[in-house]
Design a binder for this molecule. Structure first.
Ligand code: NAD
Length: 291
């Protein structure tokens, strides 16, 4: 059966190394990195994510601030807050937690975040920089976590591997495709209109699944010996108890994969670790350092 890829452990070591860097800054009497997390309304899942993000920041010594705005906040008010954070020299990273309430235009808000503070990597300039291979790009956190977990199993050199990504969202699927391309992989993207998704997926050395459908990907999607990265986080109920499951049917797929990420404890912790990593990169850029 498959090895279980321990995302929590990989994330913990990333966060520990960031904490060491921040402690060094503090010892040198330097300004500490700051991250502002903005949330509008009271989506319970977002609430958990936001709290985890600021808690992890504090563990690493990064100054995490939460801005919680009322559900009825106008777009003008939200844009005003983004402008103030853009101008605040103590804030290196700005993250607006999605989804926003329906009356707010998400892309317009994301477009307003200063490119060099866009630690989620969703601003069009960062999306463009990623596709150009520009080293100053701030890159979406979850797909960076997927690449690192694949490398933790297969080694740093992924060149020539065939990666199949199931899902083509702007947040996960598309940036994951760019990142694996940058690692010299062959990349296939499968989505809801694909005619033969399972057949394509069975050709993958590395299968990345981000569809948001509980346990959709079963063993018929997986080549024996593949490395499976499950991005899905689905809240379900089993025997009257709340349970998180991924987009992959973990038990049956673990029978034939070489390695698989669990949910929770796989990709999730990596997302937050890369948020801190991006904040450090934004801090360095903000201080005028080469990256
Ligand atoms: P999304 O809804 O924006 O995109 C889903 C994608 O799946 C779409 O591109 C769609 O084409 C594809 N899809 C849907 N049904 C399909 C099918 N039957 N066959 C093939 N493709 C299909 O979702 P998202 O934002 O990319 O998130 C996906 C999942 O990842 C969700 O469960 C989400 O909660 C999770 N997620 C986890 C993290 C994390 O930190 N671990 C971060 C972001 C998203």
């Amino acid at each position: 059966t498959a090895a279980i890829i321990n995302g929590k452990e990989v994330a913990d070591s990333l966060v520990a190394s960031i904490a060491t860097q921040v402690a060094q800054l503090e010892a040198e009497g330097k300004r500490l990195p700051g991250l502002a997390v903005v949330m509008v309304g009271d989506n319970p899942a977002s609430d958990v994510y936001v709290r985890n993000k600021t808690r992890r920041c504090q563990q690493a010594g990064i100054l995490g601030q939460e801005f919680r705005l009322d559900e009825a906040t106008t777009e003008a008010d939200l844009l005003g807050l983004v402008d103030r954070l853009n101008d605040d020299p103590g804030v290196d990273g700005i993250l607006v937690q999605l989804p926003l309430p329906a009356h707010l235009d998400e892309q317009r808000v994301l477009n307003r975040i200063a490119v060099a503070k866009d630690v989620d990597g969703f601003h069009p300039n960062n999306v463009g920089k990623l596709s150009l291979g520009d080293a100053t790009a701030l890159v979406p956190c979850t797909p960076q976590g997927c690449v690192t977990l694949a490398q933790s199993e297969l080694g740093a050199d992924l060149s020539g591997k065939h990666v199949v990504i199931v899902g083509r969202s702007n947040i996960v699927g598309k940036p994951a495709a760019q990142l694996f391309l940058a690692q010299h992989c062959s990349v296939t993207v499968v989505h809801s209109r694909s005619a033969n998704g399972a057949e394509l997926a069975r050709q993958a050395d590395i299968l990345v699944v981000a569809v948001g459908r509980p346990e959709m990907v079963g063993p018929d999607w997986v080549k024996p010996g593949a490395v499976v990265i499950d991005v899905g986080i689905n809240r379900t109920e089993r025997d009257g108890k709340a349970k998180l499951v991924g987009d992959v049917a973990f038990g049956p797929v673990a029978q034939l994969a070489a390695a698989i990420t669990p949910v929770p404890g796989g990709v999730g912790p990596m997302t937050i670790a890369y948020l801190l990593e991006n904040t450090m990169k934004a801090y360095a850029m903000n201080q005028g350092q080469q990256v």
